[in-house]
Write a protein that binds this ligand. Structure first.
Ligand SMILES: Cc1ncc(COP(=O)(O)O)c(C=O)c1O
Length: 441
């Protein structure tokens, strides 16, 4: 197959899968159509849209979801990692019920945020003190403004293809919706280039913000030497190092910061820490966080009506205290990493150019023979194959993210993992030749 043929065949294969999907999902199709009047594109969260229309979900149980047309799926979307606890964890549900029964929106401190703050600070080495907010995006905005205010500087080094929230993201290097902060961009895992950038910015640099595993950019683990370089160079120029562990905080007992032998100055965390309910948090060195101490009227004013909302905080206490204990988190990392490695064994055995990037329960399938080490390794061919993988997996009852991400959740069992491996096997049987042709272009 030459280049033109491969592209045309791929286009046809995607159209064919979408046509089968459309026939199988008339009620989701109609629901999307009806939503178009008041929601632009029927949508209020862009990442949830895909062609020809997204499935409307009606019920979640354990690690499974049921859609409007009655199909049941193994849920590997896992709410983009916030769904670590699945859909019906009894401890999380009981905690939310208790909060509802006791009273919400009290406009006062409650026990829950105090208990959750203690749990998180005792667990994550870089968190000496913490403050809650409403989302991961907000947590990163707070960490960045804290860094600017503490240092009296305004430049922030972030990385191309990183994602730190709806208004702090750099797909293709920029985003028109970003907050107008003074961002300078480096390349993830580029040790020399980043060291030179940091030294060049010198005393203008307030902070470096990094996802220890570049998430939306392809679940690419940060090389240890790269992360070490960020630590030593920021110390050299007096800038703060911010670890965005909003996703990676679920890896093992204490996220990536529990695996490296240094501590970032500030950490942001969110998604899973409230058992699937909305939240975010930023924290770190006590001397920095002390600036927020409101006693004596000199503290920085950190506002947010729902910062300590009862349902999220109560769910968080149960989720992190009763369910995702440090021991459970360590076991889950091993179990999910074994699954990731088994996918790579499957791809190698079938001799197909596919690779499960990431770590543990955070996985992205790339169309490549080797692990992807930097975003520029991701080829146009790889990107063009993703919609086909996504549609075919959905048609096999395995829900994955449109960009090829898999997030494992605690209620998953071996049978769920088998279903994913089987569905990938079917996909490979059907499309191996096409994948090879597209990548050969
Ligand atoms: C690494 C990272 N940072 C920040 C965010 C933003 O979190 P939220 O969606 O809660 O605003 C996300 C969300 O996907 C994320 O993956």
């Amino acid at each position: 197959m030459d280049a033109m043929d491969a592209k045309a065949v791929l286009k046809g294969a995607i159209a064919d899968a979408q046509a089968r999907y459309k026939v199988a999902n008339p009620l989701s199709d109609e629901a999307e159509e009806n939503a178009l009047t008041y929601l632009p594109g029927g949508n209020t969260r862009s990442v949830l849209h895909y062609e020809p229309f997204p499935l409307t979900m009606v019920k979640g149980e354990g690690a499974e979801l049921t859609d409007l047309d009655g199909h049941r799926y193994v849920d590997f979307v896992g709410e983009y990692s916030a769904g670590l606890f699945g859909h019906s964890d009894p401890h999380v549900k009981a905690a939310i019920r208790e909060a509802l029964d006791t009273g919400i929106a009290m406009g006062a401190p409650m026990k829950y945020e105090r208990v959750l703050a203690a749990m998180l600070c005792e667990r994550y080495p870089a968190l000496e003190q913490i403050r809650f907010c409403n989302s991961g995006t907000e947590a990163n905005l707070m960490a960045l403004t804290t860094a600017c205010a503490v240092t009296g500087r305004d430049k922030i080094l972030a990385f191309r293809e990183s994602y730190h929230g709806g208004v702090v993201k750099f797909p293709g290097g920029r985003c028109e919706l970003n907050v107008p902060y003074n961002f300078v961009l480096g390349d993830f895992n580029d040790i020399e280039g980043t060291a030179a950038l940091i030294r060049g910015l010198g005393d203008e640099l307030a902070a470096v913000i990094v996802e220890p595993i570049l998430g939306a950019g392809g679940n690419i683990p940060g090389n240890r030497d790269f992360l070490n370089t960020l630590r030593s160079c920021t110390e050299e120029v007096g800038a703060l190092l911010i670890f965005d562990e909003i996703k990676t905080g679920r890896l093992g007992a204490a996220g990536v910061q529990g695996m490296v032998d240094f501590t970032p100055d500030l950490t942001t965390i969110g998604k899973f820490i409230a058992g699937g309910l909305p939240t975010g948090a930023f924290g770190g060195r006590a001397d920095l966080m002390a600036r927020y101490d409101p006693r004596h009227g000199r503290g920085w004013n950190h506002a947010g009506t729902f910062n300590n909302n009862a349902c999220s905080m109560a769910a968080g206490c149960a989720a992190m205290g009763k369910v995702y204990t440090a021991e459970r988190a360590a076991e889950f990392l091993d179990w999910s990493e074994a699954f990731r490695l088994s996918l790579n064994e499957l791809f190698a055995a079938r001799d197909v150019p596919m690779y499960a990037n990431g770590m543990g329960s955070i996985i992205a399938i790339h169309f490549a023979k080797e692990p992807t080490k930097k975003p520029t390794d991701i080829t146009a061919g790889c990107q063009s194959l993703r919609p086909l993988l996504h549609m075919e997996m959905l048609l096999e009852g395995v829900l994955i993210c449109k960009r090829g991400d898999f997030f494992l959740s605690l209620p998953m069992e071996e049978s769920h993992l088998d279903k994913a491996r089987d569905a990938l096997g079917v996909f490979i049987d059907k499309h191996k030749l096409l994948i090879e042709s597209v990548l050969a272009v």
